[in-house]
Design a protein around this ligand. Structure first.
Ligand code: R5P
Length: 289
């Protein structure tokens, strides 16, 4: 059983919540930058013989967070930990899980191979594609946060909603949330026509006067959801609420979503953000037991 949590800089509150859930120590990590910008790290806890989990999402700034994760893994291994688990709540680069054109780097695989070099086990939540797990040479598992999202809507009092995913890839998520909330579900057909620009085709369900929850794994620029909102309104949807697991949300993406007509926007704290109202601490803690 894990007995020490080490937090990377991207997940400090979540790490504290996990250490509280498991009632185990949260290590102090001194970190800073040398004058030329290079990273300095020091884990200020006894590590020898311990079962350690390092929590770090590879969200923005992805490369820097990834390097910090790898450096922490290597340090803890070298200091004599019995077992090291890499907990990566949001696995950045997950959308580049295959070569879409000849010569393209499959960056998901590169990261998986690097993590496998230093960690004994890998844990993540709702990977963009579960096939990413196959890139790891170590035990690699993925959890699902949908029950926590369903609980949010139950507490919020949303019933009789239709759950819609903005593309076929996320249709399993909509189905899953629909089952938890005992609601109908469907998905839209999405065609990407440029960065942050998509074309969306209608749903088959009659949405007239209905509350709709759009559910996706990632919201990035907000382009997919804002196009979906326009279409769903045209189809007669009344209130449109939106949930995502990983709130990437750069620049003005949140404003883009609200001005497109979304009335409630929620995400989890796999990436800390202004809409991270749902914590994944309990789900990760269970996976660490
Ligand atoms: C893509 O397949 C993902 O599941 C999301 O739908 C996508 O990343 C959302 O991107 P954006 O918010 O920029 O439309």
């Amino acid at each position: 059983m894990v007995d020490l949590i080490v937090s990377g800089s991207s997940c400090q509150v979540l790490s504290k919540e996990i250490s509280d859930e498991l009632n185990i120590e949260l290590a102090m990590v001194e970190s800073g930058r040398f004058p030329d910008g290079e990273l300095y790290l020091r884990v200020d806890s006894d590590i020898k013989g311990r079962d350690v989990a390092i929590v770090q999402s590879t969200s923005k700034h992805q490369d820097s967070n990834l390097f910090e994760l790898l450096s922490l893994l290597e340090t803890i291994k070298t200091e004599g930990a019995k077992e090291v688990t890499a907990v990566v709540p949001y696995f950045g680069y997950g959308r580049q899980d295959r070569s879409f054109a000849q010569g393209e780097a499959v960056t998901s695989r590169v990261i998986a191979e690097l993590i496998s070099k230093y960690a004994d086990k890998f844990i993540s939540l709702n990977l963009h594609k579960s096939t990413i797990l196959d890139f790891f040479d170590i035990e690699a598992i993925e959890g699902d946060v949908t029950p926590a999202i369903a609980e949010y809507y139950s507490t919020f009092g949303v019933k009789d909603a239709v759950i819609i995913s903005p593309d076929k890839g996320a249709s399993g998520l909509a189905k899953n949330l629909g089952k938890h909330l005992k609601c109908e579900y469907d998905y839209l057909e999405k065609k990407r026509i440029g960065p942050g620009r998509v074309k969306i085709m209608p749903s088959n369900i009659n949405l007239k006067g209905k509350n709709v929850i759009i559910y996706d794994d990632i919201i990035d620029s907000g382009g997919s959801i804002s196009e979906a909102v326009k279409l769903l309104h045209k189809q007669g949807a009344e209130n449109i609420l939106t949930a995502c697991i990983h709130p990437v949300l750069p620049n003005n993406a949140i404003t883009r979503l609200f001005t497109s007509g979304v009335v409630d926007l929620v995400g989890t704290n796999t990436i800390p953000s202004q809409i991270s109202f749902i914590t994944v601490a309990e789900i990760i803690s269970k996976m660490l037991k």
